[in-house]
Design a protein around this ligand. Sequence first.
Ligand code: MN
Length: 288
Amino acid sequence: MHESLKLSRSVEQLVTGQATSDGAGVKLTRVLTQSLQRRLDPFLMLDAFGTDNPEDYIAGFPDHPHRGFETITYMIAGRMRHRDSAGHEGLLENGGVQWMTAGRGVIHSELPEQQEGRMEGFQLWLNLASRDKLQAAWYRDFQSADIPQFTTAEGVMVRVIAGQSHGVAGAMQRDTTQPLYLDLHFAAGSRFEQALPASHNAFVYVYRGSLAVGGSEVPRQHMAILDNSPDTDGVLLEAAVSARALLIAGQPLGEPIVQYGPFVMNTQAEIHQAIHDFRAGRFAAASD
Ligand code: MN
């Protein structure tokens, strides 16, 4: 039984992102930049990294703090070691996801555990509601086998990192922001429909091949921001060639966003407090 969409969302804007570097000099593309935080609320950032050159990633991300949001790291290729101030440690590798809630504060490092070969993946920042920003830090590693997945009759393989798709619940659920995070692998000539509440902000990032999104062509390494027309009920993705893409959506918080580097709060005063607490060493024991 296949229930079709009544009306797909269309592409409102195509974004290529900005080449930048972060951490100790990791080269990456910031796809979702600060200027899009309001438009794509509750998402604050999406970085894409992908390189065969160890010089682009080898220095990694040494100890740094976060407060006020969640980071979701999805590895496509390569291995990254994570350690944090609460004593957590984990190895993130091919197809695995790390979901970290920084909450009131964590200091962590994210360091490559390879000297050569390909490193590829994504880091998404998901905002926390004002009332949740100072909750205790939390994190979980999901190995690739822990990510629920299914393949449609048309040959689209769907990895459900968060939310749910076609009745399959993802690895993570969040009540307030209701994030949907899908990694979609399309066979040539396949199509996929995903139901989406019209009020949720949503985007597609194509990282292999190309896709038609709501009828508009989206080339590789482009993000398509989807419109929020109230009469739409989802999005139609069609692949003429084999393709891979992330489909990400969530319920906007509608709260003020004030970012200072790795701190994202609601007011400037809360940013000053975060800097003060970090300098005073109050991020060190994240789980107490
Ligand atoms: Mn980090």
